[in-house]
Design a protein around this ligand. Structure first.
Ligand SMILES: *Cc1c(COP(=O)(O)O)cnc(C)c1O
Length: 378
């Protein structure tokens, strides 16, 4: 089955009582046994829940994986992955990963004794130079946030395999519709389903997907032991949202491409970051490993001629907000908002300045978005 079919059908039909075409929400915390040692697959909802299992099947299929855990947030998914390792283990992490991931790894896991190297993964030699006997994993995020830098997943996972490292890819920015890291050699894929997978800005959630049975078993153990699985109500919402993922991603991308081209030609814009532009330094890599360029773009405003507060106030269709992946367009300044949890030094090292503006392009009419952005910039 193709993804558009999987998104609509996989895992969905679990109601044998009434043949409901949507997945029922099972809020029950516990399930009774038929007799000692015998139940219908569920005993307690922290461990497993039918609504959550339906979503897990669906998302695993979309990533061509076999095992998925559904977590309460994207950060819970990242946490589950990090708990595969222990103090003393060394993990190599991309220098411009999502701000919350950076904070969790840098401030929580590092202080627990994990050894972390943040490197620019665009340069494979920087990664190679960091590999040591205690290295256990590569943490990859591509495209990166907010500057849409890419790293070559196939090249990195190949390097990882040669050194028995677990390669983990945060695929939130593209969704499985535009990029399938397991196909490129990754061992684990992570998503904040809060973003494109749910797509309607009405739930926070996450998932961790693998096709390695042993890793899948460990992740199930961690999610149950730590109690970070999502509620059945949230699983229901994400399962409803994901059915339109392919349609929405096409619409996000069409709008993002048009806005990127418009911004590139605007005199108050210094630089546009969008992997779909031929001027993106890694456009060739984008065409190689991605099936689409996604709905996120950033640009550097010319602060001599643009006051960001005025720009944001004049926009009617782009709301000043963090997050991304919903149907509505959002705009923000990573410096003071999404990436404020990084130190100033780390932000500058990653190329983020006060002039950087990030847009999460929604699925509104293309022309309406361009007209709005044009009047605000002008
Ligand atoms: C939002 C996000 C996360 C964290 O997800 P939450 O659902 O907010 O906990 C992780 N990675 C990326 C790339 C994200 O955009």
């Amino acid at each position: 089955m193709k993804q558009a079919t999987q998104a609509v059908h996989t895992g969905v039909y679990i109601d044998q009582s009434y043949n409901s075409v949507t997945t029922p929400i099972y809020p029950s915390s516990t399930y009774y046994f038929d007799k000692l040692g015998s139940h219908k697959g569920y005993d307690y909802s922290r461990t497993a829940n039918p609504t959550r299992s339906a979503l897990a099947k669906n998302l695993a299929a979309l990533e061509n994986g076999t095992h998925a855990q559904i977590t309460a947030t994207g950060m819970a998914a990242v946490t589950a992955c990090m708990m595969l390792f222990k103090p003393g283990d060394h993990i190599i992490v991309g220098q411009d990963v999502y701000g919350g991931t950076y904070r969790l790894i840098n401030d929580v896991f590092q202080s627990m004794g994990y050894v972390i190297s943040f490197v620019d993964m665009r340069d494979i030699n920087q990664v190679k130079d960091q590999i040591r006997p205690t290295t256990r994993a590569l943490w990859i995020e591509t495209p990166s946030n907010p500057l849409l830098n890419l790293v070559d997943i196939a090249q990195l996972t190949q390097l990882g395999k040669a050194h028995q490292l677990i390669s983990i890819v945060d695929n939130t920015f593209l969704s499985p519709y535009f990029q399938q890291p397991l196909e490129l050699g990754a061992d684990i894929v992570v998503h904040s389903t809060t973003k494109y997978i749910n797509g309607h800005s009405d739930v926070v959630g996450g998932t961790v997907i693998t096709r390695d049975a042993e890793i899948g078993k460990q992740l199930a153990f961690i999610v149950n032991a730590t109690g970070i699985a999502c509620s059945p109500f949230d699983a229901f919402l994400v399962l409803r949202g994901v059915k339109t993922l392919p349609l929405r991603m096409e619409a996000h991308q069409k709008n993002a491409m048009a806005l990127a081209e418009f911004l590139e030609g605007h005199k108050k814009v210094k630089q546009v970051y969008y992997p779909g532009l031929p001027t993106h330094p890694q456009h060739a890599l984008a065409q190689k490993q991605m099936r689409g360029f996604g709905g996120m773009l950033s640009f550097d405003a010319d602060l001599d001629h643009v006051d960001l507060d005025t720009l944001f106030a004049k926009l009617a269709l782009f709301h000043l907000a963090e997050s991304l992946g919903g149907v509505e367009s959002l705009i923000e300044q990573p410096w003071s908002m999404s990436h404020a949890s990084m130190s100033e030094e780390a932000r500058i090292k990653a190329g983020i300045t006060p002039a950087t503006v990030r847009i999460a392009v929604g699925i509104e009419d293309t022309q309406d978005l361009i007209v709005d952005l044009k009047q605000a910039l002008d």
